[in-house]
Design a protein around this ligand. Structure first.
Ligand code: ATP
Ligand code: MG
Ligand code: MG
Ligand code: MG
Length: 464
């Protein structure tokens, strides 16, 4: 089955079960300053769950474009390293606004996977929240799932869109990609591998979490589910990685051509193919590269992609040329992309031209710093210089560092920023608040290695 056929089969199935088919909303959440980007199908229904908005239907289904590149759900650092993460992906979902609850939600998901998709039951693993005896009973007694492939987990089975807002316990379905792939079942010591891949999360929306962490029950218990289209497509097409599915094939080929490589399995190629999707759709939804907020996240993703192209030997601006391949692949499902193709190309080209001026010099400085390095942490001074003089977002430097199995000194970087600020203040000149530059709605834009502990973990990981 092609991705397009799977998307359609999903919407058709839920429509037959009385769900209104609702179009994907924008990647920029409407009226929600707490959220950087739409990161799940439920975002456009947030107020309906909270009881603050009403719709003429109580059941809905959608294929929602999502970006997870900042904020609570941030997968930027995973792209290129796992088989299952993108910055941009499509989330298939079904929703109940105070209508059906656990029994039907579980039944629908199971029926879709085992009957409509025809997946063998022995390949599917299930988890529920450790307090959720009701969901456990439904799975074991009503569905008859094998207890061998069932487990109860803690944080992994409690879903929240952000630090505040609707949330609740969930049940997740995993697909076993087979012995040749490393990784243990959910909850096992080596679950971090990619053998058991989470395909579907069924959330029982029950609470609203406020800023102080207090959870109040929602007016009516509801259901919110999300299944990554690319992940179910990988399962249905008998491939392990999302990057091997139909939707990515032409994109990867176009990317390989644009940068001049023949190696289609290259990690950088995957990063670029992933990033063109998020960049193009963010631009379609009105974001432009800038030095703050959402625009800075877009700039970070673009510069990261451009650097990966440069690494593969791309000569000149290449990233903008991938838009036409993307339009071929996704224009059918997203007419807005077709309409804005030229605009998207122009915005990307401009950023490429701007970054080209400093990329080579910055890379040279970084390579020299890496060659001269004693130990395995790149100094805050170097990271700052790259940021300040060469326009290298911190996560881009961290990305290069990681390729060399190195970390970066974030504390040192922060100290350099602080000094810069003080110098600006002392000289009485206009001061640019670099912290503001890096912050998004009160959160730090780069959250990859900004804690010493995390960084130590990463360094330790590479030493193993
Ligand atoms: P994972 O544990 O694999 O990171 P998740 O638990 O963060 O996934 P959810 O928030 O539960 O994901 O989102 C619902 C579904 O959306 C997932 O089950 C998965 O199929 C899909 N999904 C989540 N993140 C991504 C991503 N970065 N790229 C592609 N699909 C994703
Ligand atoms: Mg995740
Ligand atoms: Mg998960
Ligand atoms: Mg999940």
């Amino acid at each position: 089955m092609t991705s397009a056929e799977i998307r359609q089969a999903f919407l058709d199935y839920f429509n037959q079960q009385g769900h209104e088919v609702v179009a994907s909303s924008s990647l920029i959440p409407a009226n929600d300053p707490t959220l950087l980007f739409t990161n799940a199908g439920m975002v456009q229904f947030k107020d309906v769950f909270l009881g603050d908005d009403k719709r003429p239907y109580q059941r809905a289904t959608s294929s929602q474009r999502c970006v997870r590149a900042g904020g609570k759900h941030n997968d930027l650092e995973n792209v290129g390293y796992t088989a299952r993460h993108h910055t941009f992906f499509e989330m298939l979902g079904n929703f109940s606004f105070g209508d059906y609850f656990k029994v039907d939600a579980i039944r629908f998901a199971w029926t879709f996977l085992t009957e409509v998709m025809g997946l063998p039951k022995e390949k599917l693993w299930v988890t529920v929240h450790h307090t959720d005896d009701e969901a456990e009973r439904i799975w074991k007694e009503e569905i008859g799932v094998d207890p061998e492939r069932f487990s109860k987990l803690d944080e992994d089975n409690f879903w929240a869109m952000g630090d505040t807002g609707p949330c609740g316990p969930c049940t997740e379905i995993f697909f076993d990609h087979g012995e040749e792939v490393f990784g243990g079942p959910p909850g096992s010591p080596d679950e971090d591998g990619d053998r058991y891949i989470e395909i579907w999360n069924v959330v029982f929306m029950q609470y609203n979490r406020s800023a102080d962490g207090e959870m109040t029950p929602l007016p009516r218990p509801s259901v919110d589910t999300g299944m990554g289209l690319e992940r179910i497509a990988a399962v249905m097409q008998g491939v392990h990685s999302n990057y091997e599915i139909d939707m990515f094939q032409n994109l990867l080929k176009a990317t390989a051509e644009a940068v001049g490589t023949a190696d289609l399995d290259n990690k950088s190629l995957r990063v670029i193919a992933d990033h063109i999707r998020s960049c193009a759709f963010l631009i379609v939804d009105g974001v432009t590269p800038s030095n703050e907020g959402r625009g800075y996240v877009l700039r970070r993703i673009m510069r990261r992609a451009i650097r990966h192209g440069n690494k593969l030997g791309a000569k000149g601006a290449f990233f903008n040329t991938l838009v036409s391949a993307l339009v071929k692949e996704m224009g059918g499902a997203y007419p807005e992309l077709v309409k804005l193709q030229e605009h998207v190309e122009r915005v990307i080209l401009k950023e490429e031209q701007q970054f080209a001026k400093t990329l080579d010099h910055g890379m040279k400085l970084l390579s020299e710093a890496i060659d001269a390095l004693q130990g395995n942490i790149i100094s805050g001074e170097t990271v700052f210089k790259l940021y300040d003089t060469y326009g290298f977002p911190v996560d881009l430097t961290a990305d290069v560092a990681r390729e060399h199995q190195l970390g970066i000194d974030m504390e040192g970087f922060d100290a350099e920023m602080e000094q810069q600020r003080q110098r600006a203040r002392a000289s009485g000149s206009f001061s640019v608040d670099y912290n503001d530059k890096l912050s998004i709605d009160g959160e730090t834009a780069f959250t990859g290695y900004d804690h010493c502990e995390e960084q130590a973990d990463i360094v330790a990981l590479f030493k193993e």
